[in-house]
Design a protein around this ligand. Structure first.
Ligand SMILES: [Zn+2]
Length: 479
């Protein structure tokens, strides 16, 4: 095995270094010549395509229509909603020149598309009959992060989808905001096998310009939370400055109610962090670019028959809808190949040697728990289907157990501090005052994550000011 192939640090010893090694060595992504911008390689990009393939039909079925808006937004347009502009200004990258000539007005590279979309919506929407109006786009986004960047988790350019919807009343927009976040829970739990907490952001933490923001958050192995998707109720905060209005049945003009929601390639970072182990990545079968790798165990150079059998098996499995590769490169040993595909996180490895062929069997090895079994050729298709289903569920259950074990209810600041140093996240009773959140942030690490929808009977006193608690709140460090 070549030294630069394996992962040289244990995940729990130095998760940051471990993460970087997995991203690079499993070839999810690579650093580009521009600091903070990554190249998404086939391995990472395929996972994004799988997420798109899952989510796009669900959105279409819900009535969202895919559009594509320009990359550049005039400064004057971006400025029109003050809170929104202020929120994004520090991270906006600007285009100021065309060739040698200075532009009359500088152009923002979209940090999100509310402003340019709503300028167009105001032209297109005329009547209550046009509503609800549901638009989606798959696009790239640029936010010039000043914090340390990390591939997928905090990149200056990333891919996402952003849905923007327009409704005639508040109820319609409220429902849509909920629909968005429920969808992200589905992506995270059903597709990526990552359990999440779903809830509302506190006011200090909501989207710039929104009435409120819903989010899903997942607990990572180092005790930090990762936000996996957000859905914003924009109220009439944008429809007024951007003039998105409609003629109602009452023949009067009304400002529309709007929402926006999005999730990004950050999910890929979440997947690597959440599931990986000391050997490398573990990719849930539903999104794995390769679900099964077949390794022919060849002893003599002349033994071409084994490679032929491996190819036949691949073809059979591909015909059943599985994503399969045969690694028959003779310049690498079987041991090297095992390691290579383990780092990359392929869910199942099949080994075929001369004895297996004689006995009509294949050796099946699971990436998640290392279990080995010998399966008769005639049963292979069903056995593989069962194993992949089982891995998908096992990965979810393992994280769920871990999340439950590492979530604690704390009643005072000392308990909260202790929980955070033990890499746990905490549920605290809170009075809902913003000043109280700020004070608490100064006393302990981390900050408010979400007010979970599941409130099961809030009681007690605010952990900081001791007044009556209004809700329980997840508190923790975050990515
Ligand atoms: Zn308080």
């Amino acid at each position: 095995m070549s030294e630069d192939l394996g992962i040289t640090v244990k995940r729990d010893d130095d998760i940051s270094e471990w993460y970087q090694q997995v991203v690079l060595r499993a070839e999810f992504a690579d650093y580009s010549p521009v600091k903070g911008l990554i190249v998404m390689r086939w391995w990472g990009n395929s996972i994004w395509e799988a997420i798109r393939g899952f989510w796009d039909p669900i959105m279409r079925n819900h009535g969202l229509k895919n559009h594509y808006f320009p990359l550049l937004i005039p400064e004057s347009l971006l400025k029109r909603e003050a809170e929104h502009f202020e929120g994004f200004t520090p991270e906006v990258a600007w285009v100021t020149h065309a060739g040698e000539n200075k532009l009359e007005e500088k152009l923002a590279i979209r940090p999100t598309s509310e402003t340019i979309m709503y300028e167009m919506f105001s032209k297109w929407i005329k009547s209550y009959r046009d509503l609800p109006f549901l638009v989606n786009q798959w696009a790239n986004i640029m936010r010039w992060e000043t914090k340390m960047t990390k591939p997928f988790l905090r990149s200056r350019e990333f891919l996402w989808h952003e849905a923007h919807t327009v409704h005639k009343d508040k109820e319609g927009a409220d429902e849509e905001t909920k629909w968005g976040i429920d969808g992200y829970e589905k992506i995270s739990e059903e597709l990526l096998a990552i359990p999440v907490i779903k809830g509302k952001k506190t006011n200090s933490d909501k989207f710039a310009g929104a009435d409120y923001t819903y989010a899903i958050e997942a607990l990572m192995p180092d005790g930090k939370a990762l936000q996996m998707g957000t859905s914003h109720m924009l109220g009439q905060n944008f429809s007024k400055p951007y003039d998105v209005k409609f003629m109602g049945k009452d023949e009067k003009w009304h400002y529309a109610w709007q929402t926006s929601y999005g999730t990004s390639t950050r999910l890929i970072g979440g997947l690597i962090l959440a599931h990986g182990d000391d050997k490398g990545a573990i990719i849930p079968p539903k999104v794995a670019p390769v679900q099964i790798v077949i390794i022919p165990i060849v002893f003599k150079e002349t033994d071409k028959n084994i490679i032929k059998k491996a190819e036949e098996l691949k073809e059979k499995l591909v015909n059943h809808g599985f994503r399969v590769e045969v690694d028959s490169r003779d310049e690498y040993t079987a041991g090297w190949k095992f390691n290579h595909w383990e780092v990359k996180g392929v869910p199942l490895r099949l080994e075929i040697g001369p004895r297996d062929i004689k006995e009509g069997k294949v050796v099946v090895v699971r990436r998640d728990n290392g279990e080995k079994s010998s399966v008769k050729n005639i049963y292979i298709e069903q056995a593989i289907r069962d194993e992949l289903d089982d891995i998908q569920i096992a990965l979810f259950n393992k994280l769920k157990e871990n999340m439950d074990k590492n979530t604690v209810e704390t009643k005072n600041v000392d308990e909260l501090k202790k929980a955070l140093t033990q890499k746990k996240w905490a549920i605290i009773p809170h009075c809902s005052q913003e000043t109280c959140e700020e004070e608490l942030s100064k006393k302990v690490e981390g900050g408010p994550r979400v007010i979970p929808f599941d409130q099961n009977g809030v009681s007690g006193r605010c952990i900081n000011c001791a007044s009556n608690a209004k809700y329980s709140l997840y508190w923790g460090r975050s990515y």
